[in-house]
Design a protein around this ligand. Structure first.
Ligand code: UGA
Length: 425
């Protein structure tokens, strides 16, 4: 099929590349000329495992353009994969979505617009209304939310747990189903509002699990239990399952913080206070800040102390710094008067953190440090020679914000080790 994808960000590029790999003829359109030029030259503007190979392998079926007409020409499906960042009020900013909708030209043949961007419930209704007002009855509309996670997005697209299609017209849903032929997964077809809610509810449930286990971790600390064992014991219950029960210093990224806030506001705007979600968000904010107290417990005041932040991206496997806990942590530590060094294997710390010394390796960041925090569980940190690291530090204090290291081993190297929700020494 001929497919247009509006938006050459994480979602748009992965969608475009994976659909081309299924044999479709794809045109990816973005307004950023630089980005389109780079893609045409074969450069990949984001770090996403397997994406560069996929784009290269499907070069013949992939085109990149800034021109709406070129993208739409002959397209049977138009994916919308543009950003929906939060506004000042926490609602989703749909400006980019409306721009795409308003740019759509009149077409002779049937075109299905498929919404991949995460949008509030009711957006499909509003878009349908706008299309009808413009006399674009030929343009169908479906909600086809994405559930891919950064770092594994290509794999997730090719092996989804489910494909969700919310449509006004069953024929449009069938087009989207046909487009995914070759991918083994149950297809959930429903009304547009429900598809929009499935996306928001799935992310809200995942963040609820994270804040839940983080609160259990905090109670473990107060009572002398180990949350790693507790999570294992909970997760083996088949009704609960093991996923998203890793305690840590909070969730970040381009989706969870934004989508949970958007659902909270959507509920509030509709007259309902979503109390559980409010608490989940609050717990996450506090969780990032608890690290400061942990450092102070070992170092006393951290004014003038040097703290090394190990890992900056919101999770390993990506260079994405959006809503990364490292940003809040760095700012909090700076406000307390600490001097900060930081290391990340791929995220560009210099572009995001002011007044932080960016190091070329974890060992370099630890040089002369009074304390260190594992912010992102990069596998590289498991390879660090911690005996050597300790000898370079001024004080051997380590807060393992992702519970990735063996406490006994670190203590054997003379470290004062603190995890999240793990019994103190
Ligand atoms: C998330 C969802 O997992 C995807 O299903 C969804 O499609 C995507 O958002 C989206 O809405 O676009 P992503 O943000 O890429 O994907 O990353 P996750 O792997 O889910 O991690 C998010 C954050 O939660 C990270 O900061 C991670 O460290 C944290 N996390 C995750 C925990 O603190 N504990 C856990 O047990 C799991």
């Amino acid at each position: 099929m001929r497919v247009a994808v509006f938006g050459a960000g994480y979602v748009g590029l992965v969608t475009g590349a994976c659909l081309a790999d299924l044999g479709h003829d794809v045109v990816v359109r973005d307004i950023l000329e630089e980005r389109i030029d780079a893609l045409r030259r074969g450069e990949v503007p984001i770090h996403e495992q397997g994406l560069a190979e996929l784009l290269e392998r499907n070069r013949e079926r992939l085109r990149f353009t800034t021109d709406v007409g070129e993208a739409i020409d002959g397209a049977e499906v138009v994916f919308v994969a543009v950003g929906t960042p939060p506004t000042a009020s926490g609602d989703a900013d749909l400006t980019a979505v409306w721009t795409v909708v308003d740019e759509l030209p009149k077409v002779e043949h049937r075109v299905v617009v498929a919404m991949k961007s995460t949008v509030p419930v009711g957006t499909g209704d509003a878009v349908r209304h706008r299309l009808d007002e413009r006399g674009l009855e030929n343009v169908g509309y479906v909600s086809n939310p994405e559930f891919t996670a950064e770092g594994t997005a290509v794999h997730d697209f090719q092996h989804p747990d489910r494909i969700v299609v919310g449509a006004f017209d069953p024929a449009d849903a069938e087009v989207i189903e046909r487009l995914h032929a070759g991918i083994e997964a149950p297809v959930i077809t429903c009304d547009v509002n429900s598809a929009e809610m499935i996306k928001l509810a799935a992310n809200a449930f995942l963040v609820t699990r994270i804040s839940f286990i983080n609160e259990i971790a905090n109670v473990c600390e107060a009572t002398g239990a180990d949350v790693v064992k507790v999570a294992e014991g909970i997760g083996l219950d088949h009704r609960l399952g093991p996923h998203f029960l890793r305690a840590g210093i909070g969730y970040g990224g381009s989706c969870f913080p934004k989508d949970s806030l958007a659902l909270k506001q959507l509920a509030a705007n509709s007259g309902y206070s979503f109390q559980l979600l409010n608490a989940v968000i609050e717990v996450n904010e506090l969780q990032k800040r608890r690290v400061v107290g942990k450092l102070e417990r070992h170092l006393g005041s951290i004014r003038g102390k040097k703290i090394a932040l190990l890992g900056l991206a919101f999770k390993p496997g990506t260079d994405d710094m959006r809503e990364a806990p490292s940003l809040v942590l760095a700012a909090r530590l700076q406000a307390e008067g600490a001097e900060i060094s930081a290391w990340d294997p791929i995220a560009n710390g210099r572009a995001h953190l002011d007044g932080v010394a960016i190091a070329g390796s974890a060992l370099e960041a630890l040089e002369g440090a009074d304390g260190a925090v594992i912010v992102t569980e990069w596998p590289e940190l498991g390879e660090v020679d911690w005996a050597e690291a300790g000898s370079r530090m001024r004080q051997r204090v380590l807060v393992d914000g992702r519970n990735m290291l063996d406490p006994e081993e670190l203590r054997a190297h003379g470290f004062e080790y603190e995890g999240i929700g793990r019994a103190a020494e």
